[in-house]
Design a binder for this molecule. Sequence first.
Ligand code: GLN
Length: 471
Amino acid sequence: MQYSNLSEKIGLIKSGRISLIENVETFLQTIQSRKNLNAYNFVFEEEAIQRAKEIESKIKSGQSGKLAGAVVAIKDVLAYKDHPLTCSSKILSNFISIYSATSVQKIIDEDAIIIGKTNCDEFAMGSSNENSFFGNVLNPVDDSRVPGGSSGGSAVAVAANLCDVSLGTDTGGSIRQPAAFCGIFGLKPTYGRVSRYGLTAFASSFDTIGPFAKNVHDLALVLNVISGKDEKDSTSVNQNVPDLISVLNNQKKYKIGIPKEYFAEGLDVEIKNSILNIVEKLKAEGFQIEEVSLPMTEYTIATYYILITAEASSNLARYDGARYGYRSDNYSNLEEMYINSRTEGFGTEVKRRIMLGTYVLSSGYYDAYYRKAQKVRRLIKEDFDKVFQQVDLLITPTTPTTAFKIGEKSDNPLEMYLSDIYTTSANLAGIPGINIPIAKNSNGLPIGMQVLAKQFDEEKLISFASRFDKT
Ligand code: GLN
C-alpha cells in the first residue's frame, strides 16, 4: 500500500486498508532479520501486538488519537513505566522505571505503539554508539561503520525500517549527528520546548528530546505531539506550539546566513561541496543568502566539554549502588560499596567525564574553568542572537566527516569530541537545529546539512526543510 508519510499511513490504518496488526508484525520481523545492527536494547513484541489490538478497537469506536497505530522506538534514556530504563549502562542494567517520561506519555496518549527501547551510548555520552553496555550499533548503510551517537539506535531504527519514527535526545548533537550518518531527518528542538521529565539527566541545561524520521512531515507530526509546557519540568517553556504540519511546503523564502567559521579547515571536501551546491541552487531560486560570522565558534567544543562534564558529574552522583540499579558484591563497608559499585557499573567514557567534571568544579579550579566557561557560553549565545537579527536561518554542515569506521576514533577521545564541532553550539545557545539528508558521497555514505534557527523558530526549520522532502 502506497503512502508518502505517517499521516497518510495512519489514515489507511484508520480506514482499515492497512492492518494495524500486520504492520506491527512486519516491523517485528524486520527487527528480527536485522538483529545484527543491534539497534534495540529491548523489543516489546507481545505487548506491541496486544496494544495494536486495543488500538484497533479504539479506531472502530472512532476514538483513536493522532498517532493511532504508529510504531515508535524510544531511546533507552527515556522512562517508560514498568519497562527497563538502562541508559545502556551496567549500573542501570536491572532498573525498571516506575513512571513514563512526559514525551513518551504524550505519544502513548495519541495511540502510538512503543515497540522497543533503542541502544545508545552510555548515558548519552558519545558520538559513535561504541560506548554502550549492550555493544556497538552498526550503520545500516555500511555495517563496518558507526551510525553516529549517542542516539545511534534511534537513528538506525528509522533508517533500517525497524519502526515508523523514533525519539532520541540531543545534548551536543546526538540527534543531528546520527541522523546525518544514517541519511535521515532528525530535529533537536529549542531547549524547553519539550519536557525533560523522565529523561535521565546527562547535562540538564543542554538536554533536549526530539524525533527522527524519514521525512519532514513525520518530524513535524511527532514534534507537535511531544511539545509544550509541563508542570513536571520547570524548565519547559510556556510558549505557543505552532501547527507545524500547516507550515510544510509553504515555500517561504527565508533569509539565510552561511557562517564562515563552519566551512573552514577540517571539513570534508565532499560535504562542503554538496552544501555549497545546495546554496547555489537556493540562490538561483531567489533566496537571499549572505555570509555571516560567529566569531566564538572556535571555543564551542572546549566550553561544551567543561560545562557538560560538570553537569554530568553532578547528575551521575546519584548512582551509588544504594538507591538505583547495580550494586557490587564486593565490599566490606559503605564507602567501599559506593566505590566498587561505581567502578564496576560505569564504563570508561562515563568515568572520564565524571573525573573531568569533578575537576572543573573543584574549589581551586571553579573560577578558572567552570565560571569562565559559563561566561563563554553567554558570548556564544550572543553571537547567535546577533546573526538572527540579520537572517532567519543558518546553513552549516552537520558533521565534519561522513560516518567513520568502527574503532577508528574510539581510542582517541579528543578526536571523537571533534565530531561534534558543528552541533554543540546549538545546545550551548539553546536553539533548535535539524539535520537534512542532502546527498551521498563517492562511497555512498550519507551527507547531512544542518539548519539552525533562533529559539522557538522550529516553524521555519520545518517549513524550509520540507523543500528537501523526497516524498
Ligand atoms: N557526542 C556528544 C557528547 O558526547 C553529544 C552527546 C549528546 O548529544 N547526548 O557529549
